[in-house]
Design a protein around this ligand. Structure first.
Ligand code: 4HQ
Length: 376
């Protein structure tokens, strides 16, 4: 890839092009960047490159002549895609970067001050490109952004370990959080799943993180991201969790969604803790026959698989200050709540203390429960 940059301040770009990954790409010949000082082309006897705007107004406007001559000298056969960096242009996105990376050569024109004479653009430029809705002092930073983002898609620039694909914008989602050593820093631990080495679990955790971050911060990306049915199911569960959290907030209870791996493990864990050994075989058959265990809960109770405990002890444990786990079986959602929740918050739920010692179950069938029970 060849990139020609026309600017009044080539010294602004040089350091970026010699450092790190871009420097390596230039040295390896994968990327060729040529910096041209527009001032070298001025025919003005004082070497000026700009003047006051006709019609008045603030700032200076760059002459068309030095620009047109510089473009003609550097791209005489108009082989390059000629771009002017400007807030008026099409906004640069990864889509546009991918498109530019297909080109054999680019010419980037950087304006300074108030901009350039419109005739220079009309005569020489194919398109205008903006790097975002804000105003820079010149197009040089914009040109560097274009060079950097395009270069990393040129084969070989990143090396085979780090491909330009498989990151934020190529998956259409925001990237999951990354961690490295140490496993604990300032009391903050790396999520346990990443230390375990189970690659399927790690993939699932990362996908959940990506989906959840994107849902919170860039929901617009979900409209175009390639999503699987499993992704859509997770997103629906996140929506359900969010509305549950919102409902609880109205009751003055702080709540936080637990990860889906934990949520999915909860029914089994609960079952182990509260259904006595002697009842498990029969209870499993009755309660876990359905696809998502809907109804398994109240069955476990109504069929007396889990014994009813002293209601007062459980109530005390669950409405006190102990952080509790709230499981919503229909939604497949597990929440950590700051304290016990009001009994009429949901029609159908399990609330246990953090240690899974006591549980409170609100069955979804009227006429049953609520049930309290104690770990067996
Ligand atoms: N400028 N994206 C004004 C930009 C800009 C942007 C470049 C400021 C051109 C004359 N360039 N000059 N935003 O703000 O690319």
């Amino acid at each position: 890839m060849r990139i020609e940059v026309l600017t009044l301040f080539p010294e602004m770009l040089a350091p970026m092009l010699s450092g790190s990954i871009l420097g390596r790409a230039v040295e390896a010949g994968l990327l060729q960047v040529n910096l041209t000082n527009i001032r070298d082309f001025t025919l003005d006897k004082h070497r000026r490159t700009d003047d006051y705007p006709f019609g008045g107004g603030a700032g200076m406007v760059m002459f068309p002549q030095p620009i047109a001559d510089a473009v003609a000298a550097r791209d005489p056969e108009h082989r390059a895609r000629r771009i002017y960096l400007s807030p008026r242009g099409r906004t640069l996105t990864q889509r546009v970067v991918e498109e530019l990376a297909q080109e054999e050569s680019l010419l980037l024109l950087c304006g300074h001050y108030e901009g350039v004479d419109q005739r220079a653009l009309d005569m020489c430029i194919d398109e205008e490109l903006s790097i975002g809705d804000y105003v820079l002092t010149g197009g040089e930073l914009g040109a560097l952004v274009v060079i950097d983002s395009v270069a990393r898609l040129v084969p070989g620039v990143l090396g085979c370990a780090e491909s330009g694909e498989d990151e934020s914008f190529s998956t259409g989602l925001l990237e999951y959080p990354q961690y490295t050593r140490p496993a604990e820093y300032c009391g903050l631990r790396v999520p346990e799943v990443l230390l375990g080495g189970n690659h399927a679990d790690i993939e699932a955790w990362r996908r959940e993180q990506s989906l959840s971050l994107t849902r919170e911060r860039r929901p617009d990306l979900l409209k175009t991201a390639p999503l699987t049915d499993a992704d859509r199911l997770l997103l629906a569960r996140m929506d359900a969790a969010a509305s549950a959290v919102e409902r609880l907030r109205e009751f003055g209870v702080a709540a936080e969604r637990a990860g889906f791996a934990e949520a999915d493990a909860f029914p089994k864990q609960w079952f182990q803790a509260f259904v006595p050994e002697i009842n498990r075989k029969a209870a499993k058959k009755q309660c876990f026959s359905g696809r998502r265990h809907v109804g398994w809960l109240w069955q476990a109770f109504s069929m007396d698989f889990a014994p009813h405990a002293d209601g007062d002890a459980a109530r005390a444990a669950l409405t006190g200050r102990e952080p509790s786990l709230l499981y919503l079986p229909d939604e497949g959602v597990l929440l950590r709540v700051s304290r016990g929740i009001p009994l009429d918050a949901f029609s159908h739920f399990i609330l246990t203390d953090g240690a899974l010692s006591f549980t409170y179950v609100q069955p979804h069938k009227p006429g049953f429960g609520p049930y309290f029970c104690e770990r067996t």
